[in-house]
Design a protein around this ligand. Sequence first.
Ligand code: ZN
Length: 134
Amino acid sequence: MVDSYSLPGWAWLLIFILALIGLINIYLAIKGESEEPEFKSYVEDLMHGANWRWSWTGNQISNVWCFCPRCDATLVYDDSFCRTFGQINKTDFICENCNCTVVASISGGDKDYATGAVKREISRRVRTGEYKKH
Ligand SMILES: [Zn+2]
């Protein structure tokens, strides 16, 4: 019992260093968790003529939708073109508040395709760092 109170100096130093390393690890773990990646503050951008907004769930883009750049109304979509065989595949995004003007038109597919295309564009701008220019 007495021996444990009279540890040599180097042993105390070793314990001190180990404790310090432990504290640094805990500090880094907390810091890493609380610090969000920079791109998570990127939640809106102008694409295809409309103002798109979304949120981040982990590193995934979710709830992506577009708004009118003039009056900020939520746009409604019209992908009826995609249901008609032989027509051009495109989805129009319309602002009801601005005399039903077609604000954005994304060709290539229906509403899901259009939001998918926007998600891909967001990911691309994040990857290339282009989003920082906004
Ligand atoms: Zn509008």
